[in-house]
Design a protein around this ligand. Structure first.
Ligand code: ADP
Ligand code: MG
Length: 243
């Protein structure tokens, strides 16, 4: 598989929020191209625009101006409804506070996005859910409710759920922000594995000690890209071609 195709393009992206007193510019002319197979880490201080940028890429929110093209689809022209449908099949999302539904079992939480999107045949949804939970080491917790799980286990359920419809892109917003270092390592390993499997990953963190095989770190300051650090040791940057 060639890895040098552009998968995500942001052109002159500006995002303003209308506060009660004045307009606030959360993203100030962001330009970025993310290639297929990349593992991009977004960093920056709290309030620098990381979540806002991630929300633009995942279609959770739309820019005030500028273009966002993901997998050849121009998101900036889409309605909220269109975006929700598109997101359900094209993006896996992992949040800091897991966002599992407490009234559904672990397995039901993972199957739910399959039911919404209707891409995985109904007859295969349960089997796929079990396999995804096996892949994150939770095969013994299928029928538990989320409140009985540890934080690390909840995040592994959320990762399994993000894979439900086999998206090309996974975005994660501080997924280890609420975990101890032992559980954080397990989550790092899972993201490294997913990237090796060909998923393109955009991962927000302000932790400096990350054991992630990232291709680039992009640092935001006040809604602008301030610095880009390329990981020379990444296979991606050395060859441009995956194994
Ligand atoms: P980060 O994730 O880097 O901490 P965010 O992207 O969440 O930062 O926020 C960037 C800035 O935009 C912050 O100053 C925040 O207060 C502001 N902001 C984010 N979302 C909204 C919103 N819905 N309404 C108003 N201001 C917002
Ligand atoms: Mg944030």
């Amino acid at each position: 598989m060639q890895k040098n195709e552009s998968l995500i393009e942001l052109k002159n992206v500006i995002k303003c929020f209308n506060g009660s007193i004045q307009k606030f510019t959360a993203l100030n002319n962001v330009n970025m191209v993310i290639k297929k197979g990349e593992f991009v880490v977004l960093t920056g201080k709290s309030g620098s625009g990381k979540s806002t940028l991630l929300n633009m890429i995942s279609g959770i929110d739309v820019p005030t101006s500028g273009h966002i093209i993901v997998n050849n689809v121009p998101l900036h022209n889409m309605s909220g409804n269109q975006l929700a449908i598109w997101r359900g099949t094209n993006i896996g999302i992992v949040f800091q506070f897991f966002q599992l539904l407490p009234t559904l079992t672990v397995l039901e939480n993972v199957i739910l996005p399959m039911e919404f999107a209707g891409i995985i045949p109904i007859s295969q949804q349960r089997k796929r859910g079990i396999e995804l939970l096996e892949s994150v080491g939770l095969q013994n917790q299928l029928n538990k409710y989320p409140n009985l799980l540890s934080g690390g286990e909840k995040q592994r359920v959320a990762i399994a759920r993000s894979l439900a419809n086999n998206p090309k892109i996974i975005v994660a917003d501080e997924p280890t922000g609420n975990l101890d270092s032992f559980n954080a390592e397990i989550i790092y390993d899972l993201f490294n594995f997913l990237n090796q499997q060909g998923k393109t990953i955009i991962y927000v963190t302000h932790d400096r000690n990350i054991n992630l095989n990232y291709t680039r770190i992009v640092k935001l300051v006040d809604g602008q890209i301030d610095e880009i650090i390329i990981n020379e040791e990444s296979q991606f940057n050395n060859t441009g071609v995956s194994l």
